[in-house]
Design a protein around this ligand. Structure first.
Ligand code: MG
Length: 164
């Protein structure tokens, strides 16, 4: 049985993952408005991944005899200054999520909940990847700039995610 403390913390994390999903969808909508279909496609895949994370937590709470309690999701930002600023936000956001997952892991340690720790190992590993990917894209954007050809090349590169 999941402790009440962990149940609350896992429900909070479901909210963070669904909020992430919503944020990425808003970023995708911005990219569509800027005629950047590759960025939009990359961000929509990210949206799906985040709701997948929420569903993993949902399943875990239920399997452990807990109760899933959904919470309010805030409106995400609608506009971004530029594609580079958007990826700065992605990286900042993923760093925040990493910190939240680390906190959740500390709580699972305190509560001596071993199966929660095993589940969270997966999330911790995935955050390393999320931050590395966001950081790599951001660095390329900073290097290549946002004008004309460079941005079109970046859009084409991002369009390839999920195609191989
Ligand atoms: Mg996530």
């Amino acid at each position: 049985m999941l402790s009440k403390t962990l149940q609350k913390a896992f429900n909070d994390q479901i909210n963070h993952e669904l909020s992430s999903s919503y944020l990425y969808l808003s970023m995708a909508a911005y990219a569509e408005s800027q005629n950047l279909p590759g960025f939009a496609s990359w961000l929509k895949i990210q949206t799906k991944e985040e709701s997948g994370h929420a569903m993993k937590l949902y399943k875990f709470i239920n399997e452990r005899g807990g109760r899933v309690e959904l919470q309010k999701i805030e409106q995400p930002p609608l506009e971004f200054k530029s594609p580079t600023a958007l990826f700065e936000d992605v990286l900042k956001h993923e760093r925040r999520i990493t910190a939240l997952i680390n906190k959740l892991y500390e709580l699972a340690l305190d509560e001596k909940d071993y199966s929660a720790q095993v589940l969270l190992h997966e999330f911790i590993g995935e955050q390393v990847e999320e931050e590395a990917t966001a950081s790599a894209i951001l660095e390329t954007l900073k290097m290549a700039g946002e004008k004309g050809h460079a941005l079109i090349m970046m859009d084409r590169q991002l369009a390839r995610r999920g195609q191989n």
